[in-house]
Design a protein around this ligand. Structure first.
Ligand SMILES: Cc1cc2nc3c(=O)[nH]c(=O)nc-3n(C[C@H](O)[C@H](O)[C@H](O)COP(=O)(O)O)c2cc1C
Length: 149
């Protein structure tokens, strides 16, 4: 479990900021991280990472942000099997909306259908509870990605 592709879905930049913090932390722990802010399925497949880490907010009514939607549709259509891969999802949402973390949930469902092996239960971060998602996400990452140093 060395190479991690971080696939980002964001509207206002919160998930992007969190993904940058995550990449810094994981790199410092000895992992090779690639940030996909404008994710393309072909690029991730070519990279052949050990871990597919999705960090995505939710927009609309439980919808995937525009920047990540082509990736999601492509993955759903091309259906690359992730049998020997690890999957992890961090969702940013707001529980005052009906479909809390709907985009993260769609991603988690799809990655499981693609046969990826979940690293852990996904982390759902509620903007009603914190405006600093990194205070929850970084300890979660530390707990699940042991330092290699
Ligand atoms: C127009 C709009 C629609 C949203 N819809 C949802 C939703 O359906 N479910 C949810 O959990 N959060 C929803 N949210 C909350 C965002 O996902 C949340 O604020 C997130 O932290 C934004 O992250 P971002 O800066 O990466 O886009 C919505 C926010 C806005 C502004």
């Amino acid at each position: 479990m060395n190479r991690i592709a971080i696939i980002v879905g964001t509207v206002y930049g919160g998930a992007e900021y969190l993904a940058e913090q995550a990449a810094k932390l994981l790199t410092a722990r000895g992992y090779q991280c690639t940030l996909h802010l404008d994710p393309k399925l072909g690029a991730v497949l070519a990279e052949d990472p050990d871990v597919w880490l999705v960090i995505s907010s939710t927009t609309g009514q439980g919808d995937i942000p525009d920047n990540a939607l082509p990736f999601f549709i492509d993955a759903r259509d091309r259906f690359p099997l992730l049998t020997d891969k690890i999957i992890a999802v961090i969702g940013l949402g707001d529980s005052s909306y009906e479909n809390f973390c709907g985009a993260g949930k769609q991603f988690y469902e799809l990655l499981q259908e693609l046969q990826g092996k979940p690293l852990a239960e996904p982390l759902w971060i509620d903007a009603c509870e914190t405006l600093e998602p990194e205070t929850i996400a970084l300890p979660w990452l530390e707990a699940h990605f042991p330092s290699k140093g």
